[in-house]
Ligand binder design. Structure first.
Ligand code: URA
Length: 293
């Protein structure tokens, strides 16, 4: 697709996100637009992926973006990105997020965009809710106290932070009066403005398993409910097994209020299921963490 077609499509997607359902076209534009649609609808499947950081299971079948997907699928929420390689596409998506009008025009979101971190070849993807103060400062998700907790969980699973992929539903820190270091959950409207990004990241990376950290992340992925009700079993995000577990901030709060072990045990049980699903080795020591005697 040409750069001009790409820009036009991006513009139309942004207009749609802003609730605009009609555009005025000059004579002749329709022919060119039809060309855009045809070109992308017959786009060839991507080249075979290089091997993943871990897990022997085959990657899910590659999916092709179509312009007019059936409304019940998530395809309508995907963004079309330029680039040949996965890295180029992710870089283009990151650039698109920087200037994403539906989020930028929202006064309730701050202006620093925090994208994602980790390996594009990751088999495991973690999804949080939104960046906080530390994340905004460093431009990387999960680097504050909750991030340190998440990194410890990843390590306990025998993995490295740089080999998984970590993203958020909302790419901008939700604004507050007298913000200081305070953070809040994104609203449904704020999530709606950003969710095409995480869905497109999922579509590009094709992780074998997703972990939604907390009910807000789960809701953003289209899995509504409480963590208590959702955790412990796999749900689906565009066909990818998705485990919902407690947000690391919840673990930190529970540590303070006294039932930290119960919460940690629950998260660890969920992570063992994730490891099993990925075919990762699990040692007796790992099985034994937080086990009741
Ligand atoms: N909490 C989140 O959900 N995401 C972050 O990036 C940091 C804290």
């Amino acid at each position: 697709m040409s750069a001009a077609s790409q820009l036009l499509k991006q513009h139309l997607q942004q207009r749609q996100m802003l609730g605009k359902t009609h555009v005025a076209l000059r004579p002749g534009t329709m022919d060119r637009l039809t060309g855009v649609v045809r070109e992308s609808a017959v786009r060839a499947a991507p080249a075979p992926e290089p091997s993943r950081s871990f897990a022997a299971a085959p990657a899910p079948a590659a999916r092709i973006l179509l312009e007019a997907p059936p409304p019940e699928t998530k395809k309508a929420d995907l963004l079309e990105v330029a680039g040949e390689t996965l890295e180029e596409k992710l870089a283009a998506l990151r650039t698109m997020a920087e200037t994403w009008e539906p989020a930028r025009s929202m006064q309730s979101l701050r202006k620093t965009m925090v994208f994602a971190v980790g390996s594009p070849l990751a088999s495991l993807m973690f999804v949080g809710e939104a960046p906080g103060a530390e994340e905004e400062k460093l431009g990387e998700p999960f680097v504050g106290p909750a991030g340190q907790k998440l990194t410890a969980i990843i390590k306990a699973m025998g993995l490295e932070r740089r080999k998984v992929y970590i993203s958020n539903i909302c790419k901008f820190r939700p604004a507050m009066d007298n913000q200081g270091s305070g953070n809040r959950k994104p609203t449904a409207e704020e999530m709606r403005a950003c969710v095409p990004f995480v869905l497109t990241e999922i579509d590009l990376i094709k992780p074998l398993v997703i972990v939604a950290l907390g009910a807000t992340a789960a809701e953003g992925l289209g899995i509504p409910g409480t963590v208590g009700g959702l955790r412990g079993k796999f749900h689906s995000t565009s066909g990818i097994p998705t485990m919902v577990t407690y947000h690391p901030s919840y673990l930190l709060r529970e540590e303070q209020t006294g039932d930290g072990i119960r919460a940690k045990r629950a998260v660890w049980e969920d992570m063992l299921k994730v490891m099993e699903k990925l075919g990762l080795p699990i040692s007796a020591k790992q099985r034994g963490y937080f086990q009741t005697k």
